[in-house]
Design a protein around this ligand. Structure first.
Ligand code: ADP
Ligand code: MG
Length: 741
């Protein structure tokens, strides 16, 4: 008997590309207001997910609240009540510890069972939004203060009787709204749109869906907006998250597998014990860490294969990624091809160049072309090419790259300019890959003339492996989660205000007196009329004149000419300057083991990953190091973002574990930032919270791999809808990469 084949699901395609979306039938001001929220189509609207839900099936009366408070209830409650009295904001006599004044706003609400006082601190808008006689839902925390029942800072929603038929007696969605369109308005529109939407297409074959225990997509979309109960919301969310991740994973894995099948790479010889790469490793003055050894083995095995390597090396700051990168380059060179190492900034490219030179000097002696190791390997010829390489030198290097005389070229994106052609590019290493887009990696790949070069990307923004897979799902991942032995700890402290800044200067002085060096880092390069923040240029002058008169103070910032920058860096490297005043140009890669203190000014201005990176510039030698995060921000202050800023600083002070910090960062900033440059052409994640949904991510990933193993092009009848959705969700840019490799 023939197998029963289910017809593909029909209906509204939630993830249709823009051109196939159904325009919303709204006009004028409303259309404009929706447009500002990024909503133009039915699909956009249905993906405008609620921020939270309010359970109106569980309304309390004020009398019940009294009882709940008496029992020590400390969760949120909802009451439906009328504003009996509305106060005005007034300034309180007690100030915060730091002397800022606070305002208080009071109101009294009542229902048939009693009255209740509500208060807001430092919020004045409720006074404008509520007036006496208004009826509203108040949603917040209750407590007893001075023997009186009180609700603190409730959210509320006005009830204009008769206009919100779906606002009571159920779980109510509350939407991200704007001044022009309220959450009520959105709720109504979404309700009506869902009513008229008809069937919603579900691409997941139903036997698979049932096996996974998910509701249909149609049910999920309806329930995420208008659930029957809270549990319904959770189930709906899991289904939608699964969908968001699943087609993302399908696309990434599809792209990877297709590359492996169709693209011809270069099969580099596996390094023998006396080969160039292995001689290099054994000549290093240190032992590789276990993690480095493993990563090197993975690289060697990838490079031996006939399809191109696409590997990500994720490593803690200072974990020794450069050695792994160089090992990959030497494998290619040993096999007769060339290598390119691309860095995001000139400072970093120059730094890499110096590191590589030094490592090669140690391994091969200082003479280029010298024939060491009993005649088996020549020292590779290495050159630096950046945007500021002088023209004459540039053409010489370009010629050397084209003829194949240069084995390894290190540089910035100047490397991927059209005029640079490689004789036989075997491997391209991209450092700090999150700063490059898919496009740039692609142009680097296109430089290969004998087959696709292998690609190794390195990032010092460590994220847990499951998450790395979500984002870099088309790459294999090596993790350097181990620091070289003998690293001394870095202590990190937060310094508040002038006095503690003075203490920090003393720490610097002490370290310099002991023969070490210090970084002082600023968020700004120049004076800015917008803020009162310190800036590197002015501070370099002030510090040299007033604070460290007897010490040698240098300055480096991004706006300097390349030679000046390099001069400043080498003066510091060579110990000529003892204190280097800098902007974030020193964020990545800079390696001066003698530097043992870093003072970061206006530290609250920096992102968490950035602070961690900056701090990674110290603690590189065998000496205990200090990092001081200075801030003039008032910890008790009411300034926007103060709490998260301090959470950031405390997290950095609390641990040097980059993976742990990455998790905090993710929690603070959400998923968007994770993708960075990768975002272009990548499907959007609207509901997924990668930390919270790691299990769903893993499930989707495993399933995607399995499905594509069985049906590599997704041409099976039951996979057609999935294939279509996968293509829809990856925009053209990324598809281009899928199609062309
Ligand atoms: P990152 O991973 O931050 O790029 P680098 O590759 O710049 O780190 O390495 C940091 C420093 O550690 C360099 O001075 C490098 O020579 C040194 N290093 C690398 N691997 C080891 C090791 N296994 N043992 C000791 N030092 C090492
Ligand atoms: Mg590095």
């Amino acid at each position: 008997m023939a197998e029963v084949v289910e017809a593909p699901s029909k209906g509204l395609e939630i993830y249709a590309p823009q051109r196939r979306r159904i325009p919303l039938r709204v006009t004028g001001k409303r259309a404009e207001a929706l447009g500002k929220l990024g909503i133009a189509s039915v699909q956009d609207l249905l993906q405008h997910y609620p921020r939270y839900h309010v359970d109106r099936t569980q309304l309390s009366t004020i009398r019940e609240l009294g009882r709940l408070a008496g029992q020590g209830h400390d969760g949120d409650v909802t009451v439906h009540a009328k504003v009996v009295k509305m106060g005005r904001p007034f300034t309180m006599r007690t100030k915060t510890k730091t002397g800022k004044s606070r305002t208080m706003l009071k109101a009294t609400i009542g229902d048939e069972t009693g009255r209740l006082e509500i208060v807001w601190f430092n919020q004045e808008w409720p006074a404008r939004a509520l007036s006496e006689g208004n009826v509203a839902f108040f949603y917040g925390r209750i407590g007893v203060y001075g023997g009186k029942l009180q609700m603190t800072a409730p959210r509320f929603e006005l009830v204009r009787t008769g206009r919100e038929p779906f606002n009571v007696g159920r779980v109510i969605p509350v939407y991200p709204a704007s001044a022009d369109i309220t959450t009520d308005g959105l709720r109504k529109l979404i309700w009506e749109t869902l009513e008229g939407a008809g069937e919603i297409m579900d691409p997941l074959p139903s036997d698979l869906r049932l096996r996974l225990g998910y509701m249909t997509r149609g049910d999920a979309v309806r329930s995420i907006h208008f659930p029957d109960d809270k549990d319904d919301v959770l189930k709906a969310r899991r289904r939608i998250v699964f969908d968001e991740i699943f087609s993302l994973q399908l696309g990434l894995v599809f792209r990877k597998k297709r590359l492996e099948r169709t693209v011809e790479g270069i099969s580099h010889p596996t390094p023998a014990p006396d080969s160039l790469p292995e001689s290099f490793i054994s000549a290093l003055p240190f032992e590789l860490t276990g993690a480095q050894r493993k990563a090197c083995a993975e690289v060697a095995s990838d490079m031996a294969k006939s399809f191109p390597m696409h590997r990500l090396v994720e490593g803690e700051v200072g974990s020794g990624k450069t050695v792994v990168a160089l090992y990959a380059c030497l494998i290619a060179i040993a096999g007769g091809s060339q290598a390119a190492l691309m860095a995001p900034t000139e400072v970093l490219a120059e730094q890499h160049f110096l590191t590589v030179k030094e490592l090669l000097d140690r391994a091969f002696g200082e003479h280029e072309g010298a024939n060491l190791f009993a005649g088996t390997s020549n020292r590779p010829v290495v050159r630096l090419l950046t945007g500021s390489t002088p023209a004459a030198q540039r053409s010489e290097i370009v010629a050397g790259v084209a003829s194949g005389d240069i084995d390894l070229v290190i540089g910035t994106h100047a490397l991927i300019q059209d005029s640079v052609d490689f004789a036989r590019l075997g491997v391209a290493v991209v450092d700090e890959q999150h700063r490059f887009g898919v496009h740039q990696r692609k142009s680097l790949r296109d430089k290969g003339s004998m087959g696709e070069p292998d690609i190794l990307v390195m990032t010092a923004t460590p994220i847990p492996r499951t998450l790395a897979v979500t984002i870099y799902g088309d790459l294999d991942v090596s993790v350097l989660d181990e620091l070289p032995a003998g690293r001394k700890p870095i202590t990190t402290t937060i310094a508040f205000g002038e006095e503690q800044r003075g203490d920090a200067y003393e720490v610097i002085r002490g370290q310099v007196a002991a023969g070490h060096q210090a970084f002082i880092v600023y968020a700004l390069r120049d004076e800015s009329n917008k803020t009162e923040l310190r800036n590197a240029k002015a501070e370099a002058v002030r510090l040299a004149a007033d604070i460290f008169q007897d010490l040698r103070v240098g300055l480096v910032h991004g706006d300097m000419k390349s030679q000046d920058k390099e001069a400043a860096m080498s003066a510091f490297r060579d110990g000529v300057t003892q204190i280097l005043v800098a902007t974030t140009v020193v964020e990545v890669g800079v390696d001066v083991p003698n530097a043992t203190v870093m003072l970061i000014e206006d530290a609250e201005r920096f992102g968490l990953a950035q602070l961690h990176q900056l701090r990674g510039r110290i603690g590189r030698g065998g000496h205990a190091s200090h990092c001081i995060l200075a801030t003039d921000l008032d910890p008790e202050g009411e300034e926007e973002g103060t709490a998260t800023a301090f959470e950031r600083l405390e997290a950095v002070a609390g641990t040097t574990d980059g993976f742990e910090l990455a998790t905090v960062d993710l929690r603070q900033r959400g998923e968007g930032q994770l993708f960075g440059a990768r975002q272009s052409g990548m499907p959007q994640l609207k509901l997924t919270r990668v930390l919270e949904h790691q299990d769903v991510i893993k499930q989707a990933r495993d399933l995607a791999v399995q499905m594509l193993d069985e049906d590599p092009e997704l041409t099976a009848y039951e996979h057609i809808a999935l294939r279509r959705e996968m293509r829809d969700r990856f925009e053209d840019v990324a598809l281009d990469v899928i199609q062309s490799g």
